[in-house]
Design a protein around this ligand. Structure first.
Ligand code: ADP
Ligand code: MN
Ligand code: MN
Length: 168
């Protein structure tokens, strides 16, 4: 399948800096940032609620239906912690952002997440849940990149912008 511009999936545990990175990437390129968690909230792409974590449980089909038409023509940066339900033929590069446990703990505390939610996300990062969830497709590169510092973000941006420039 050929697209004039690539679609890039940016994934990772909540708090690794997906949205920060995607905003910078969109600003430095002609790609469009799709903040999926915001779409889930605004378009109500859920049918269930997690009482323990007090958050919605997104509906895979509803998210697919909202995303797929946008991805068809390429040029999108998909910002989401979950990826297994995505159609891999719509994705050209996967970026998995990673941080140290202490970095993530501090960032989630600052978000005033309840202790149980901080703990669950820190465990997800330790067990690299988001990385393991990424589909494996021979043609699609999966780049796992550290994102603890500004310098890390600059490095990741450079590399991904290089991919965007050489795409096609
Ligand atoms: P996510 O979208 O993955 O949940 P955010 O982009 O909201 O994460 O970032 C979480 C917090 O971490 C924010 O306060 C943000 O400013 C900070 N942050 C993100 N990336 C970096 C980085 N590379 N270096 C330092 N702080 C960062
Ligand atoms: Mn985010
Ligand atoms: Mn687009």
């Amino acid at each position: 399948m050929s697209r004039p511009k690539p679609n890039i999936l940016v994934t990772g545990t909540p708090g690794v800096g997906k949205t920060t990175f995607c905003e910078a990437l969109a600003a430095a390129s002609s790609l469009e940032h799709l903040e999926v968690s915001k779409m889930v909230r605004e378009k109500r792409l859920y049918r269930e609620w997690d009482d323990e974590l007090d958050c919605s449980i997104f509906d895979e089909e509803m998210v697919q239906d909202a995303l797929e038409p946008l991805l068809e023509s390429g040029g999108c940066v998909v910002d989401f912690h979950s990826s297994s339900f995505l159609d891999e033929s719509l994705v050209d590069l996967v970026v998995v952002l990673r941080v140290d446990t202490s970095t993530l703990y501090d960032r989630l505390e600052k978000r005033h997440y309840p202790e149980s939610k901080v703990k669950q996300n820190v465990e997800a990062e330790i067990f690299q849940s988001c990385l393991d969830e990424v589909f494996e497709e021979a043609d699609i590169q999966i780049w796992e990149m550290p994102h603890d510092t500004e310098e890390h973000m600059e490095e990741a941006l450079e590399r991904v912008l290089g991919f965007v420039r050489s795409f096609g």
